[in-house]
Design a protein around this ligand. Structure first.
Ligand SMILES: [Zn+2]
Length: 377
């Protein structure tokens, strides 16, 4: 489906500015979309590309200024993902290679074939290799007529200053949890599925403003992982010493069944909101990637327990379905020992870079958290 500027999630101010730029303004030859991973920058850039190419874009007086019309020949080609005037350049392996930039040249030399403008969409533009960046810079210095470059990045500091200075920059921030819920629910509806509302809320709240992170957390495959983590937290200090070994093994075994966060985060680094097939983690056991996922989830559950203990309405928190169990934990252990347990996690996270055994690190962390919980009784 063709993404339209007016129907995308969040970023109201930026979308309004873009709509103005596309209807009454003059967009620069190069626009830079920068902001955190997974907030929808690539999708927005795709919508801008569609408008730039559209043969009848919605004018300033239309109900949706800045939108592509959706049904001209250009829009139909765009919707199919096969527009002859729109090139999408992504890293091959770790970098965008010079050959990929050179391959654009013939296309840039001629007038648009189908659309009003030609568009080059550069995803993860920070991955431009040195030679490729210099080749692109040359093109930006003498921009071909009726051509726009849309650069998307979550790491603008890695772009050449000379490239950045040639671009008009649009900055995007994290999305609100409600905005993410809307996107995930719409994606599920498009697949003919309905997401479990509790899981949807949890995913949106744990996504930290990123659609791709939230999409992972809301995936039904994650439910057993979250349940196991909540179970580990609500029983802190109640189970025999040494029980942590089994818990870590269980968590390590559950996570490979879920989509691997790294694999998906890379494939979707710029927040393209189209659902992508998710890969599974390679190998078994608690590697560093899984350790960080566990720490992240543990922290989120503990944070909710602390907030519930401090009297915050549990219904407003991500782990609302477990509110009663978390309330009981907060009463049994007390808020301070739970806060100490969070400190423990953060220490492990910092030290994980140097820790040769994530399995042992998580066991030790869970054991230390259990000690804090026992001390709180
Ligand atoms: Zn159109």
């Amino acid at each position: 489906m063709l993404p339209l500027l007016s129907t995308l999630a969040g970023h109201v101010a930026q979308r309004t500015a873009l709509a103005r730029l596309l209807t009454v303004g003059r967009p620069a030859h190069a626009l830079l979309f920068e902001g955190p991973v997974g907030v929808g920058k690539a999708t927005l850039a795709g919508a801008v590309a569609a408008t730039l190419a559209c043969l009848r874009p919605q004018g300033p007086d239309s109900p949706h200024p800045g939108d592509a019309c959706g049904d001209c020949r250009s829009c139909v080609a765009m919707g199919r993902g096969e527009h002859p005037d729109v090139a999408r350049v992504e890293a091959q392996g770790r970098t965008i290679k010079i050959d990929q930039v050179r391959a654009l040249t013939p296309r840039l030399r001629y007038e648009p074939v189908l659309g009003r403008h030609k568009v080059v969409l550069l995803l993860e533009a920070d991955r431009l290799g040195e030679e490729a960046a210099n080749a692109l810079l040359k093109t930006l210095e003498e921009p071909p007529s009726r051509t726009h470059f849309l650069l998307v990045t979550s790491r603008p500091q890695l772009l050449l200053d000379t490239i950045r200075s040639r671009c008009q920059t649009l900055r995007f921030g994290p999305l609100a949890a409600e905005e993410i819920s809307v996107v995930l629910a719409a994606e599920a509806a498009q697949r003919g599925q309905a997401l479990d509302p509790a899981l949807l809320r949890l995913g949106a709240a744990l996504g930290d403003g990123s659609i791709s992170a939230a999409r992972l957390r809301a995936d039904p495959a994650w439910h057993p992982v979250v349940t196991a983590v909540v179970d580990a937290v609500v029983h802190l200090g109640l189970r025999p010493v040494g029980h942590e070994v089994g818990q870590v093994e269980l968590l390590a075994a559950l996570i490979p069944a879920a989509p691997a966060p790294q694999a998906s985060a890379t494939g979707d680094a710029d927040g393209d909101t189209s659902p992508k097939p998710s890969g599974a983690s390679k190998g078994k056991g608690m590697d560093r990637e899984r350790l960080l996922v566990c720490l992240d989830l543990l922290r989120a559950v503990l944070r909710d327990a602390v907030l519930i203990g401090a009297g915050i309405d549990a219904r407003s928190l991500p782990h609302a379905p477990w509110a009663e169990a978390l309330q009981a934990l907060a009463q049994r252990v007390g808020v301070e020992p739970l806060a100490s347990a969070i400190d423990e996690l953060e220490r492990t996270e910092t030290e994980s870079v140097y820790n040769p055994s994530p399995q042992l690190a998580l066991e030790a962390t869970l054991a230390a958290m259990a000690r804090h919980a026992r001390a709180g009784r």
